[in-house]
Design a protein. Structure first.
Ligand code: SF4
Ligand code: SF4
Length: 277
């Protein structure tokens, strides 16, 4: 490959990635933020570069969460990301550059994640690959999609010129995610942008939604005002609407401004309370 970065980027974009970035495996060691067993070169010692690909979540669907529509969208993106990683790995292997990949999720149950996180973190990888910065909600906030994007990573023995880590902080510390989280799982901190994350509280929510078959929650990604996708779907006063949603619906489940989201939520899942059909 004469220009591996350009060639790989083109390949990924043509295959359906929305974002692509390159992080040298050495960045994990230089930064020292990730425990050694979770670093790419520990997981596969041949790793020189981690190629991170992102695919967007579509805002009007994310806004219906928790819903079957959101669940299906989440599944589609996860599957597409895993396929992308598999395809890119074979593409690189076929050109003599030994590579492997780490699937999108890498766990079998919420009980397993409650005990310990996945063996590799794509959010940190995407940050090291220059795709965005980590926001108060612990998600990667990207200029194009805010946190409404999911990632997968390919580990390759190929040395690729790295992308710089993004300097400009994307999180505006508005605390909308904090105020909208139904479990108070995000706790702001004065000394840094990334909040403390109450993992068990978030997992409680995930388990409730899994029982209702409308997992995942994703409210903290829905309400984040960051991301150019908001310009594509402009909505006046949307943050106010997010902030008032829970209280308004508790008072009036038929409130007009939430009717379309509630319509979606009431269909397709075996939840007696929301089954309006
Ligand atoms: S996914 Fe839901 S419960 Fe978890 S932190 Fe985000 S808003 Fe809170
Ligand atoms: S909602 Fe506001 S505070 Fe939360 S991650 Fe987005 S910009 Fe940061």
């Amino acid at each position: 490959m004469n220009d591996p970065a350009a060639e790989i980027r083109r390949y990924c974009l043509e295959k359906g990635a929305d974002l692509v970035g390159f992080a040298p495996a050495s960045r994990w060691d230089e930064r020292g933020e990730v425990p050694p067993p979770y670093r790419p070169a520990s997981i596969w010692p041949g790793t020189r570069t981690v190629i991170v690909m992102g695919m967007a979540m579509i805002l009007p669907i994310v806004e219906t969460t928790p819903s079957v529509l959101h669940l299906e969208h989440y599944r589609i993106v996860n599957r597409r990301l895993d396929e992308l990683a598999y395809d890119l790995t074979r593409f690189l292997n076929g050109r003599g550059h030994a590579s492997t990949f780490f699937v999108r999720d890498g766990y079998t149950s919420l009980r397993a994640v409650r005990r310990r996180p996945a063996a590799f973190g794509h959010v940190r990888a995407a940050y090291y690959a220059g795709l965005g910065t980590v926001g108060m909600n612990s998600c990667l906030l990207t200029p194009r999609f805010g946190p409404r994007v999911r990632f997968v990573s390919v580990f390759t023995s190929l040395e690729i010129p790295p992308d710089p880590v993004m300097e400009k902080e994307q999180c505006i510390r508005c605390e909308t995610c904090v105020r909208c989280c139904p479990k108070e799982a995000i706790v702001p901190r004065k000394d840094r942008v990334v909040g403390d994350f109450r993992r068990d509280a978030c997992m409680d929510m995930a388990e409730e939604l899994t029982r209702r078959r409308v997992y995942p929650c994703g409210i903290c990604t829905k309400v984040c005002p960051v991301g150019a996708d908001r310009k594509l779907y402009p909505q006046r006063g949307i943050v106010k609407r997010y902030l008032a949603e829970r209280e308004t619906l508790a008072r009036d489940p038929e409130a007009g401004e939430y009717r379309s989201w509630e319509h979606i939520r009431r269909h397709g899942a075996p939840d007696g309370e929301r089954d309006g059909a």
